[in-house]
Design a protein around this ligand. Structure first.
Ligand code: UGA
Length: 437
């Protein structure tokens, strides 16, 4: 099928590449000419395992191309996906101005008698589909189209496998004609397809992300009880996660959830519920717990190091999670900034995120960014692990110990085994775990 995707960010670019990979013809549109130029030259603006190969393969096979022209995309496609950002506003509600502008731009190029399906893939508040349809109709009375909601559930860092093998595909549609076209697009992925009304599909996305955030805050709240009672949160998570009704996924205690989805979507869901007159106190608590995690972690560091001013501290990890260079809304970045505010001398290492952290000025210039994890720990009085990259688990810990001034590790993601760390001579603090004396 001929598909156009407007917006070449994480969701748009990976979706476009994967749709092409299964044989569709895809045009990715972006209004950022620099990004389009880059993509046309074969450069991928984000780090996402497996993406570069897929993009190159499908560009060579002439199934994938890039343009800045919505007209070009709409003229040559049956289905038009909108995958533009929906950033938060200061009050937590969603800024829909990019979606609205794209809806108007699409309406300007839709032609009478040339049916198109306009699909909202961005994460949007319930009832946005109705507004997109109204907008297109208002600006083009003759347009022949349907609007569909098709939320995306891919995770950064494993976006390609998530897209190629989704748990489910949700299609919110009120038109059989549109639903049939959508099913044809997703047929090659062999995933279960759930067809719903548009409002339900939109709500599924916010409800899913909020539920996952809730799981994380739940285990983080339990981690505080573990610390206070002498239990180990990893064992507790294993024990409750073995119940199939609960599941072990997303029960990893740590610094809390970050990134450009969960914090924004929880806030948005709270704002949506408020606006609908059904306040969602539970999600407010989820958010509150998340906001306490960094402070709890820092308290532990201060309790051991006392004053942080002038202390040399190493931080491993800057990206908001492993396998991505995305440093937006990263708790690791917040941690570095807090340490610097308290006067610490910070050396940080991240396998992929360091350049963006510096380029986007997310951390002060005084933070030393090192080329290897070992360099970061040289002379450090404490090592703080903020992102659980596999690379960190594979370091030579004897060498780490030798290089550090004091072998003290604060593990914000419970990557290491406390007993093993103790045996190796480290003083080790995890989240929700006991310090083995
Ligand atoms: C999340 C959802 O998982 C995707 O399904 C969704 O499509 C995406 O948001 C989106 O809305 O676009 P993502 O933000 O890429 O994906 O990353 P996750 O793997 O969900 O992690 C989010 C945050 O939760 C990270 O900061 C991670 O460290 C934290 N987390 C995750 C925990 O603290 N504990 C866990 O057990 C799992």
């Amino acid at each position: 099928m001929d598909i156009c995707i407007i917006g070449s960010g994480y969701v748009g670019l990976v979706s476009g590449a994967c749709f092409a990979e299964v044989g569709h013809h895809v045009i990715c549109v972006d209004n950022d000419q620099r990004k389009v130029d880059m993509l046309q030259k074969g450069h991928i603006p984000i780090y996402e395992p497996g993406l570069e190969e897929i993009v190159h393969r499908n560009v060579s096979a002439k199934r994938l191309r890039f343009t800045n022209s919505i007209q070009d995309g709409v003229d040559h496609s049956q289905v038009i996906f909108i995958a533009v950002p929906t950033p938060p506003q200061p009050d937590g509600s969603v800024d829909l101005s990019f979606i609205e502008r794209v809806a108007r731009e699409i309406s300007e190029v839709l032609k009478k008698g040339e049916y198109r399906v306009v699909v909202d893939k961005s994460t949007v508040p319930v009832k946005t589909g109705e507004k997109v349809a109204d907008t297109i109709r208002r600006y083009n009375k003759e347009a022949d189209f349907d609007v569909v909601s098709n939320p995306e559930f891919l995770r950064e860092g494993c976006a390609v496998p998530d897209l190629m093998n989704p748990d489910r595909v949700v299609i919110g549609s009120s038109s059989d004609r549109a639903t049939d076209l959508m099913k044809r697009i997703y047929e090659p992925f062999q995933a279960p397809i759930l067809v719903t009304d548009i409002n339900s599909a939109e709500l599924i996305k916010h409800a899913a992300n909020s539920f996952l955030s809730l799981k994380i805050s739940y285990i983080n709240a339990v981690s505080a009880i573990c610390e206070a009672s002498g239990a180990d949160v990893e064992m507790v998570a294993d024990g409750i996660g073995m119940d199939k009704r609960i599941g072990r996924n997303f029960l990893n205690a740590g610094l809390g959830y970050g990134g450009s989805c969960f914090p924004k979507d929880v806030k948005a869901f709270i704002a949506i519920a408020d606006e609908l007159g059904v306040p969602f106190g539970l999600m407010k608590e989820v958010e509150r717990i998340n906001e306490t995690m960094l402070e709890r972690f820092l308290k532990k560091v201060r309790e051991s190091l006392w004053v942080l001013k002038d202390k040399k501290i190493a931080v491993w990890g800057l990206s908001f999670k492993p396998d991505t260079d995305d440093v937006r809304n990263s708790l690791a970045i917040d941690l570095v900034n807090r340490l610097v505010q308290e006067g610490a001398q910070v050396s940080a290492y991240d396998p992929k995120g360091a350049d963006k952290a510096r380029e986007w000025k997310l951390i002060p210039d005084s933070v030393k960014l090192t080329k290897t994890p070992m360099e970061a720990v040289d002379g450090a009085e404490a090592l703080l692990l903020a992102t659980e990259w596999k690379e960190f688990a594979n370091q030579d810990l004897e060498e780490v110990k030798k290089r550090m001034h004091t072998p003290m590790v604060f593990d914000g993601r419970n990557l290491f085994d406390p007993r093993m760390m103790k045996e190796m001579g480290f003083t080790y603090y995890g989240v929700g775990r006991q310090v083995i004396k």
